[in-house]
Design a protein around this ligand. Structure first.
Ligand code: FE
Length: 188
């Protein structure tokens, strides 16, 4: 019983971050953090991703909400390492599949730019700018190492949804719709 109460509390707390701080603009883009999160998770759900990967898609940018400097990070040329901040927070609450996908989603962008020429041409200007701050495209050796990681497939899929999840005005399911995915992905 206590576990069920704790789990409900954890999911409420995490979704609460989006209810409170999620109206902030997804930096450099015309949509809010919460809209971006919902679009990412919805794409993952429609693709038939596992509960952990749908959860990771919803929460992949939670680091931006935690350090509350969402809006102008890229403008100020600070690489805020939001994926590490987010992964550390999520590691206390969710399983390792969620944590690994979130912590690798920026590496996955560097991987895709380094290995898929079509991918690079579709990046938004804000994403191209942050790429430089994140270390630029991966070289061949680093890309091969990354592809060999167990969690890289989930992170790469997440990255592609992340890039698509910037559609102004798109109607999506709401935060509560994704609650079961979060509940299924809690740390045991
Ligand atoms: Fe994102």
């Amino acid at each position: 019983m206590t576990d069920i109460v704790n789990h409900k509390h954890t999911v409420d707390e995490v979704l609460g971050l989006y209810r409170k701080g999620g109206d902030e603009q997804y930096f450099g883009e015309e949509i809010s953090q919460t809209e971006h999160a919902l679009q990412s998770a919805w794409l993952a759900e429609k693709a038939g991703a596992s509960p952990a990967i749908v959860t990771a898609a919803l929460l992949h940018d939670v680091g931006h909400l935690l350090h509350g400097q969402g809006e102008h990070i890229a403008d100020e040329d600070i690489d805020a390492r939001h994926e590490a901040v987010g992964a550390a927070y999520l590691a206390q609450r969710f399983n390792t599949e969620v944590v690994a996908a979130v912590s690798l989603h920026v590496m996955a962008k560097r991987y895709l730019v380094g290995t898929d020429p079509a991918y690079a041409t579709n990046l938004s200007p804000a994403s191209v700018h942050s790429l430089e701050l994140q270390g630029g495209p991966m070289g061949l050796e680093e890309a091969a190492e990354f592809a060999a990681k167990k969690a890289s497939a989930g992170a790469i899929a997440l990255r592609r949804w992340d890039d698509e999840a910037k559609v102004v005005g798109l109607k999506t399911p709401d935060l509560d719709h994704f609650r079961p995915y979060l509940e299924a992905s809690l740390r045991r």
